[in-house]
Write a protein that binds this ligand. Structure first.
Ligand code: WTA
Length: 630
């Protein structure tokens, strides 16, 4: 059943209703799903603890809403189209019926290995259909999945396994990425030395040599070999955990954002259908990795709940050449295409030549996500990819929000370059100043908060509820604080200005400055470090690290390389600093706090206005840092 809006007035009407009667609004949407038992109360909440429950006492299984609910009408419709890294390898298509049987077989395999409802399962896999099968099989049996981006290091993987107390790891022998073949199982083995699990299931992708530990490691194909292709789904409570996804914040280690079953299901389907204006038969492609929230909500759950055909791409935009995205669009006649500004900017750098010769006429909608899209990239995307006829949906949201919060509805909401435009129905935004006063009216700028719950919002941070409270619900009382700055222009349109906390957004990937600093500090020659973001032409933001270190027995060049390698090893290549400047000291206040504001200015090269430096312990340090800047 479709809850798609079709007109601007329809959107405005529904939005109003969603604010004045939120419970009635969401109950109506939720009623189109299949519940084993309908909920008794639509919403219970307070943002103080925080304690948010949607569709209270409702019983369901999210995979029944993907498969059983729709099986009569769309069994033979393609669910997943898979495009491999190598264009010469055959692509694969799984219909809903085929995907259902794969999910059931793997669900049975997990059960046979002793995985039960409530157990945590880590998924560290390449972009192959089996990764989606793994997620859905967990959901089928009530196990909580935690997908870890396969580009993270062994040590980052070990931290996540340990934090959630995982019982099993699902992985592959290796991954293909562009021209590279990456040895994955070896990293898993390394991680498991630190954080052991009972069971490892290995999907054979690259056929490279790996070691298998007797009694712990099993091949995927062996595990499913004798399993039945049907499975009775586990009955879940609406508020039972569906998954944990680790994300970086301003302090400490990444935290496990928890999403629950009922609300996440309702919101991801509703937002997918409306933002992308998906029609049955369309081919939809989101280029994210399933290791990020975008992959969870808008490659797997949202599209599949909608009965959509979702394309999964294993490779990278520039392999075998910079025309690959457009070759895939042409080959599979993609109708909706959803990517990140960093990919657009990277391809823009190759000019329009790689686009020539590809038929992009199937495209109807273009999407953007992960970071602010600059106007130049917006126009390039609109003109050269969308041929001036495809609306761009600039979708603002977060791991914590579970689904798209602010975005045009394609072809319905008039767009404005670089603006995420208007909130989706049910999303009550609020702009506040530094003291927490709400800034009403238009033409204002401040911090972005949400003042009313929505179904797919974060419920807790795994194993540490207080951290959830402190991070999101304590800065401003009774509000969820996003960490983003925003402007509401004279038309009431929202433009996201970027993070206002110590989070750096590198190519749409969130990195905590503290996390990178900790990794740098692990190098034995490093005494202290401070990390800030700076504007980067392709990545949006780059990582600039100021490091105090002991140079005995090292050249500056060697040490910088060693630090980069060590960060890659501790977190992953995405966290590698773009610039490292060795400094004699860091600008600190008398109370010992690093003045990051100054370091940001130096990194941005905007030295005219350094602001007030009178509280600095040693102003001389700033001069030395400026002289030595990269
Ligand atoms: C940023 C990704 C501007 C923002 C879905 C947010 C954006 C963080 C946009 C969340 C956008 C995401 N315009 N900024 N359209 N989308 N962001 O958790 O700073 O990986 O807080 O979720 O990305 O990143 P996350």
């Amino acid at each position: 059943m479709s809850d798609r809006l079709h007109t601007l007035s329809g959107y405005l009407y529904e939005y109003q209703k969603s604010v004045t009667q939120p419970e009635e609004f969401w109950a109506r949407i939720a009623d189109s799903f299949y519940w084993r038992k309908r909920w008794s109360k639509t919403l219970k909440w307070n943002f103080k603890d925080p304690d948010v429950k949607w569709f209270v006492n409702g019983k369901l299984n999210i995979t029944e809403n993907i498969f059983e609910r729709n099986m009569f009408t769309m069994a033979d419709r393609p669910a997943i189209i898979w495009e491999p890294n190598d264009p010469n390898e055959a692509s694969r298509t799984l219909t809903y019926k085929e995907l259902f049987h794969e999910v059931c077989r793997f669900a049975n395999a997990l059960k046979a290995k002793g995985i039960e409802k409530g157990d945590r399962v880590i998924i560290y896999m390449p972009m192959v259909p089996e990764a989606a099968v793994a997620m859905l099989a967990c959901a089928r049996i009530g196990a909580i999945h935690s997908v870890v981006f396969a580009g993270f290091s062994a040590s980052a993987l070990a931290d996540r396994i340990k934090d959630c107390g995982a019982k099993a790891v699902l992985t592959s022998d290796g991954n293909f990425r562009g021209s590279k073949k990456i040895a994955v199982k070896g990293l898993v083995d390394e991680a498991l030395e630190k954080s052991p699990v009972d069971t490892v299931i290995v999907y054979q992708r690259t056929h490279q040599e790996i070691t298998m530990k007797e009694g712990r490691d099993f091949w995927w194909h062996d595990a499913v070999a004798d399993q039945a292709d049907t499975n009775v789904a586990e009955e879940m409570d609406s508020e039972d955990m569906l998954f944990i996804l680790y994300t970086s914040g301003s302090t400490g280690k990444p935290k496990g954002v928890v999403h629950t079953t009922g609300g996440y299901m309702v919101y991801t389907k509703y937002s997918f259908e409306n933002v992308f204006q998906y029609s049955p038969g369309d081919v939809y492609w989101c280029t994210a990795d399933i290791g990020w929230i975008t992959g969870h909500s808008y490659i797997v759950y949202g599209p599949l709940l909608c009965g959509a055909t979702t394309l999964m791409f294993e490779g990278v935009p520039t392999y075998p050449d910079a025309g690959r995205f457009w070759a895939v669009v042409e080959k599979h006649k993609v109708n909706q295409f959803y990517t990140a500004p960093t990919a657009i900017r990277a391809l823009q750098a190759y000019g329009t030549e790689p686009i020539q010769g590809y038929d992009l006429s199937s495209l109807k909608v273009l999407g953007s996500v992960g970071e602010p899209i600059n106007e130049e990239a917006w126009h390039w995307y609109h003109t050269h990819i969308g041929k001036d006829k495809c609306p761009i949906v600039d979708t603002w949201w977060q791991t914590e929000t579970g689904g798209i919060m602010v975005s045009p509805l394609a072809g319905i909401t008039p767009t404005k370059p670089a603006y995420a435009t208007l909130p989706l129905p049910g999303i009550q935004l609020c702009i506040v100043d530094a003291d927490g006063n709400e800034l009403t009216g238009n033409g204002v700028e401040g911090n972005l908060c949400v003042k009313f719950p929505w179904p797919s919002m974060i419920r807790t941070t795994y194993g540490d509820h207080d951290r959830c409270k402190q991070t999101y619900f304590s800065t401003y009382p009774n509000m969820y604080f996003t960490g983003d700055g925003v402007k509401r222009d004279h038309d009431g349109y929202y433009r996201i200005l970027g993070r206002v906390d110590d989070v750096i957004n590198v190519s749409g990937h969130r990195m905590g400055t503290a996390e990178v600093e900790n990794a740098i500090n692990e190098h034995p020659k490093v005494i202290e470090s401070a990390v800030v973001g700076y504007p980067h032409e392709v990545k949006g933001q780059g990582i600039y690290a100021y490091v105090i270190c002991d140079l005995t027995n090292r050249t500056e060049e060697n040490l910088i390389q060693e630090i980069k390698d060590s960060v890659s090893k501790i977190i992953g290549p995405i966290a590698k600093p773009d610039k490292i400047q060795l400094v004699p000291g860091l600008p600190k206040t008398r109370s010992g706090k690093i003045m990051r504001r100054i370091l940001r200015k130096v990194a941005e090269n905007s030295l005219d206005n350094m602001g007030d430096t009178s509280t600095l312990l040693d102003p001389e340090v700033v001069k030395q840092i400026i002289e030595g800047r990269k």
